[in-house]
Design a protein around this ligand. Structure first.
Ligand code: NAD
Length: 512
């Protein structure tokens, strides 16, 4: 008989374990307390739940292969006001479309005048998967964004929630880390359906969150409008509802949002870039940058940097890529993307004052700075090999893969890591939360003054850790955090986060 030898399986590699590589490396470097390490290695809570909403009847474009059968179908005339166009090419059908209508339908197919053939898909309830991961609350209530996107998963939310734990520690705001959202493509929903989905999401989430427990904010696919809906659903009917305003941040300034919050992430990134130049005795004026993503973070960072005299050469977003070697006029591009009703996808594609190039070519544009401000995992090893920039300043969360990091380091391309690069958003979220608690409203000058001081002093601490130059100046003190050897910036940022979190466990102890 042969003896069975138990095989020791290596731990399963996931986006989460991959993202935690920096945490593991920094923990080893500083000899992080074993029990603290275990507390941080996995989230406190992983919530998965389901949200159902009723979808309205839709008219979806008929596939080309079925169109010949209906070539003799006459035009139907429906009240245009009763058809809500969606970004996926369908229309949501509202009953008022039938007022004074002339409808010719065969097998549920209609021809809309000037638009083509559509299949009527009757309204039905639909189930969506929803998440909230609460990673750690050693330093304060869980804090993190709400993402509505079709490509989300529990593992991804674990990554993003852990990132928030590190980011809130680095920004030195009294919060922990969380993240959540819904697996949905918001472009396929009407405004009423999106509202229903958002309210239902909060209905399910309410027992798990609160202004002193877990505080969501906007992220990809959500904005101030969605935050307003979340606030309403959470506070409706509550006796002291105004004391609960801080349950979400990123609200409109008219309902308790902070001045400067919308621009805060781009603003924080610009402060980091300014500090990077200041450290080299220079300023961003005269530099050239390339951008991926022209949403909240990308467009605001671009506006602020161009205001500092830096030139935008190329932009890639979900719709396409544009390039102008002489520089792109950022305010003009902002108005092309955001003030143009026919640009429904809010994309830079088709911008007439630049060449249309391929996404592949973006990476090879010769510039000083690359700002990734879209989704994660874009700067892979092969992409990093092709870059012709001096600095990658991360606006997006996790845009560089671990292999990408190794290639950047090998090629001497410097890095402003996401956990400090995009910490401006959570820092101003904290200001919003304080203002809500105190029932105050600060000016944008006051917000930006505090933000600049906070971002730059934390950036300086990370830089000192990275170079192993412990210092105490009027604006920052890195003596407690340097570790006796040099490390690259991403690890340095993690060292700062872990030392700040560890202090809570060391000084407060474990209750059990
Ligand atoms: P957004 O939805 O406003 O914009 C996203 C942008 O990315 C759009 O321009 C979109 O076209 C582009 N994009 C999407 N998919 C793409 C693809 N496959 N290729 C190229 N471009 C693509 O989102 P945002 O709020 O600007 O967030 C961008 C990133 O910054 C995300 O990683 C987010 O987690 C991170 N972030 C945002 C904030 C904030 O305050 N908004 C704070 C911290 C981090």
């Amino acid at each position: 008989m042969t003896a069975r030898v138990a095989s020791i399986e290596p731990p399963r590699q996931t986006v989460y374990t991959e993202a935690m590589e920096v945490f593991q490396r920094a923990s080893d470097l500083i000899g992080l307390d074993r029990r603290v390490r275990m507390e941080l290695e996995e989230p406190d809570y992983e919530h998965i739940f389901y949200v159902t909403v009723k979808l309205h009847t839709r008219l979806t474009p008929l596939p080309a292969s079925e169109q010949p059968r209906y070539k003799d179908l006459p035009d139907s005339e429906l009240l245009p006001d009763g058809l809500e166009p969606l970004l996926d090419g369908s229309f949501v059908f509202k009953r008022r479309a039938l007022i004074n209508a002339n409808v010719f339908m065969r097998d549920g197919v209609v021809r809309l005048k000037g638009k083509g053939l559509y299949k009527v898909v009757p309204g039905r309830p639909e189930r969506f998967k929803a998440y909230r991961v609460q990673h750690n609350q050693a330093r304060g209530p869980y804090k993190g964004g709400t993402r509505f996107h079709q490509d989300v998963s529990l593992d991804l939310f674990k990554v993003l929630a852990a990132e928030m734990t590190w980011k809130t520690a680095i920004a030195d705001v009294p919060f922990g880390g969380g993240k959540g959202g819904i697996k949905v493509d918001p472009k396929t929903l009407s405004s009423e359906e999106l509202e229903a989905l958002t309210l239902r999401y909060m209905y399910r989430l309410k027992p798990l969150i609160g202004p002193n427990l877990d505080i969501p904010a906007p992220d990809v696919g959500t904005d101030g409008t969605i935050m307003g809906l979340l606030l309403r659903q959470f506070t409706d009917g509550e006796r002291e509802r105004h004391s609960l305003r801080g349950v979400v941040t990123g609200k409109d300034t008219r309902i308790g949002g902070s001045e400067g919050r919308v621009r805060a992430t781009g603003q924080g990134l610009a402060y980091c870039i300014q500090e990077w130049y200041a450290d080299r005795g220079s300023v961003p004026a005269g530099s050239r940058f390339v951008l991926q993503g022209f949403g909240n973070v990308g467009s605001n960072a671009a506006e602020i940097l161009s205001g500092m005299g830096s030139k935008l050469l190329a932009v890639n977003d979900a719709g396409g890529t544009i390039f102008n070697p002489n520089g792109i006029d950022v305010p003009d591009l902002v108005s092309y993307v955001y003030d143009n009703p026919s640009n429904m996808r809010r994309t830079v594609a088709g911008y007439p004052k630049a060449q249309q190039i391929s996404k592949n070519d973006l990476w090879e544009v010769d510039a000083d700075i690359l700002i990734p401000a879209a989704l994660g995992g874009e700067i892979t090893g092969p992409v990093a090999e092709r870059l012709k920039v001096k600095l990658v300043a991360e606006g997006a969360n996790g845009p560089t893969t671990p292999e990408g990091d190794r290639v950047l380091a090998k090629r001497g391309i410097e890095l402003i890591p996401d956990i400090i690069g995009n910490a401006g958003g959570v820092t101003v979220s904290y200001y919003e939360w304080i203002q809500n608690k105190r029932m105050e409203h600060w000016s944008e000058t006051e917000v930006n003054g505090r933000l600049e001081q906070a971002i730059k002093s934390n950036y300086r601490i990370i830089r000192d850790i990275s170079r192993n130059t412990p210092r105490r100046t009027a604006t920052h003190n890195s003596q407690r955090y340097c570790i006796g050897r040099e490390v690259e910036m991403r690890t340095a940022a993690m060292v700062l986060a872990l030392k700040r979190i560890e202090a809570h466990y060391q000084l407060e102890g474990f209750s059990q």
